[in-house]
Every structure is written in C-alpha cells, then in structure tokens.
Design a protein around this ligand. Structure first.
Ligand SMILES: Cc1cc2nc3c(=O)[nH]c(=O)nc-3n(C[C@H](O)[C@H](O)[C@H](O)COP(=O)(O)OP(=O)(O)OC[C@H]3O[C@@H](n4cnc5c(N)ncnc54)[C@H](O)[C@@H]3O)c2cc1C
Ligand code: FES
Length: 360
C-alpha cells in the first residue's frame, strides 16, 4: 500500500453526537426517534425528503453502523427516524429497546438521492408502494409533497401484516384527514381480514397489477417510489412496468438484501487499484485485494465511507475513472449511475490490471 496527497477531494462519513429529544412507540417492535440538532450544525443536517442518515454505535466488539431513512418532512424542522426491531439485530434492538430521551447518539449528515424527483416542478402526482418499515422514506415524501405542492396528489399502497403492526398508522391517517382529496391510501394486510379480497395478501407482481387495474389512477402518476423487502419491491416494479410505466419513472429503496456469498477474490498478479478518498490517493496491490475494494481501503484507512457493506445503502459509491471492475450486486445503483461508471466499492473487485476509483 502506498498513500500520497492529491488535490482531488471526496467525502468520508462525519458523525455528530445528537441528543434524542423524542421517542414514540409506533408498534410493539418499532419506535420513532427525534434528534435535537444544535444550531452550529443546522446546515449539515438540512435534508431533502427520502434521504437517510447513518447511525453509529461503538461497542466492545467494534463499531456498528446502520442506515435509517428520515421519516419527517424537511419543512417540519424535525429530524426523525422510524426503526423496527429485527430479531437478533445489533442496532435496531438497541434503538428500539434501550435508547431513551436525553441519550447522545452518533448520527451522520443526511445522504442519498432517493426522492430527488420531488424537486422537479413537473412532478405533480406521485405513487408510493410501502411494505412494513419501508414506509419511513415514503412518509417523508408524502408529507413533503402534499405540504409543498398545492395541486399535487399522492397515492400510497401500504402493505403490512396487521393493523397493530403498521408503523406510522396514525401519521398516515392524519395526512388523510388533512389532505382528504389529494391523498389516497390503500391498506393491504396479510394476516387480518379487510373484507375485500384485493386488500388482503402479499403485494407481489400479480397483486400489484390487480390493485393498479382496480384502484389506482396510475396512468396519471409522474413518479413511483417503492420501498420494502426486495421481493415485494421487485414484484411491484414488474407490475408497474407491465402496465406500461417507464422504468425511469420507478425509483426504489431497499433496506436489506441477503448477502452475496463470495469466495475470496484472487487478483491477477500485478493488479493495482488507485483509490482517491478525501484528497489522498491510496494504492492497493494484489495482496490487499482478497476482498472488495472497500475491504482493501478499510484495512489501510479509517476514513472510508460505508454503512451496510452489502450493496444496498449506497454510502460507499465511487466512480471508476480507469480500468474495469466487477460487482457482486448493484442494488443501490440506478441504470444511469451504472452507465456513468459509478460503483459500489463494497461490491467491487478489479478485473483489469490497473484501476483508478474516486470516491464520490
Ligand atoms: C437505505 C436504507 C434505509 C433504511 N431505513 C430504515 C428505516 O427507516 N427503518 C428501519 O427500521 N430500518 C431501516 N433500514 C435497515 C437498517 O439499516 C438495518 O439494516 C436494520 O435496522 C437491521 O439492523 P440490525 O443491526 O438491527 O440487524 P443486524 O445485526 O444487521 O442483523 C441481524 C440479522 O438479521 C438479518 N437482517 C438484517 N436486516 C434484515 C431485514 N430487514 N430483513 C430480514 N433480515 C434482516 C441479518 O442478515 C442478520 O442475520 C434501512 C437500510 C437501508 C440500506
Ligand atoms: S456500504 Fe452500503 S452499498 Fe456499500
């Protein structure tokens, strides 16, 4: 490994200690946490609807980082996240069971571009498909769009197990009360009867197609935003595409994907990867590249940006400016980014001898 300074700049992840100033249970296993943002970092924590933050917790076994979507609207002056506990989950168990008002938590500045299409003045009608905790970024989009764009409509298809397990049920109902004619909600439950067949069952491609045909004015929707487990999101995407919606108008955010099992990478003899991060270039050699490019950088430097290390959050994005890489999964990239040479360093290994990547 060699490192040199160069003028190119790119970002790591900076964390700030924020005090928890609200904690509302949402269901038996989910909580909405609000953070107090000191004036000195107000501009750092300015966000747009759909963005997320990274929460970091240092522990005896090392640090844990996880990503959480912001559920509040930028207009509200609040920074809030909604967390559902995952069985055996390191960070979600802590956030839902142990964290209390007054605790200081390490939170990154908001990042991500999910929902950026809301800033386009031509975006009038949006369609949202949320499954379970996938409501969090979509609630922010719904709130923001209804508040800021007077003649807009928002249609939400919201899949859950039961009413009692539905996160933000009250917030969704309150939006419906306020924006009766512009906000349409279709609740679909898997484990509790809603009396109409269409409103029960898993949201897969077939179910979504039936919902589109019977309930939604989907041809008037300018952009679709999908968030939830991978199968449901891909199923809803298929149904939308099959009904003629342009792929570029469908945007998705995934919270989790099963990790890709890969065997150790064997870099060709003589391979080098130049990595530009925070204005410093680090060169990785064959022996540094038995894992992903991110693994190689993390073994040498403490400022590499990452969260999930599993191809879903997008924190580790970089651009490949020369050479070629292969990626195990690309969930956090859209087609335009892939065409533009953007890569997920946590998923990328070099396939040509000399590669240069610049963190975004
Ligand atoms: C862009 C983005 C936004 C996110 N926003 C939110 C949000 O708003 N609210 C929220 O609650 N979560 C959100 N997540 C998920 C969150 O980052 C964590 O993955 C989640 O809280 C689990 O972390 P953990 O440390 O508790 O579990 P871990 O310790 O990471 O995992 C425990 C076990 O459960 C498995 N596992 C982890 N997550 C899941 C899952 N979702 N489904 C099935 N198995 C799983 C793991 O493989 C492991 O075996 C988001 C993720 C991303 C990438
Ligand atoms: S660290 Fe999450 S996509 Fe790479």
């Amino acid at each position: 490994v060699t490192s040199t300074f160069s003028p190119a700049s790119s970002a790591g992840v900076a964390f700030h200690r924020l005090i928890v100033d609200s904690a509302h249970p949402l269901t038996d296993d989910a909580v909405c946490l609000g953070f107090r943002v000191p004036e000195s970092v107000t501009s750092t924590f300015t966000f747009t609807a759909g963005q997320h933050v990274i929460v970091r917790r240092a522990g005896a076994g090392g640090e844990v980082r996880r990503t959480y979507s912001i559920c509040s609207s930028p207009n509200s002056g609040e920074l809030q996240i909604g967390v559902r506990r995952i069985e055996g989950g390191a960070l979600s168990t802590w956030l839902t069971e142990e964290v209390r008002i007054g605790d200081a938590i390490e939170v990154s500045a908001p990042i991500g571009k999910f929902g950026s299409e809301l800033s386009d003045p031509l975006t009038r009608n949006i369609g949202l498909v949320a499954i379970g905790s996938g409501i969090t970024p979509l609630l922010s989009l719904a709130r923001t769009h209804l508040e800021s764009t007077p003649d807009s409509t928002v249609t939400l298809v919201f899949g859950n197990r039961t009413n009692a397990s539905t996160m933000f049920a009250e917030a969704v109902a309150a939006l419906k009360d306020t924006y009766m004619s512009r906000f349409h909600v279709v609740h679909v439950l898997t484990r509790e009867s809603r009396g109409i067949e269409l409103l029960n069952g898993r949201i897969d491609s077939e179910h979504m197609s039936a919902l589109l045909d019977m309930l939604l004015p989907h041809r008037e929707v300018d952009h679709w935003f999908l968030c939830g487990p991978i199968e449901a999101v891909l199923g809803a995407q298929d149904a939308l595409e099959a009904s003629g919606v342009d792929t570029d108008l469908i945007h998705r955010e995934l919270f989790y994907a099963e990790p890709t099992r890969r065997s150790p990478h064997v870099a060709t003899s003589g391979t080098t990867v130049e990595v530009v991060l925070n204005g410093r270039t680090t060169v990785l050699y064959e022996e540094d590249l038995s894992g992903s490019i991110l693994d190689g950088v993390m073994a040498q430097r403490t400022d590499a940006p990452f969260s999930c290390r599993n191809g879903v959050c997008g924190t580790c994005k970089a651009r490949c400016v020369s050479g070629e890489v292969a990626m195990d999964s690309t969930w956090a990239l859209d087609d335009a980014e892939i065409r533009d040479g953007v890569l997920l360093t946590c998923q990328a290994t070099p396939v040509s001898e000399n590669v240069r990547v610049e963190f975004l």
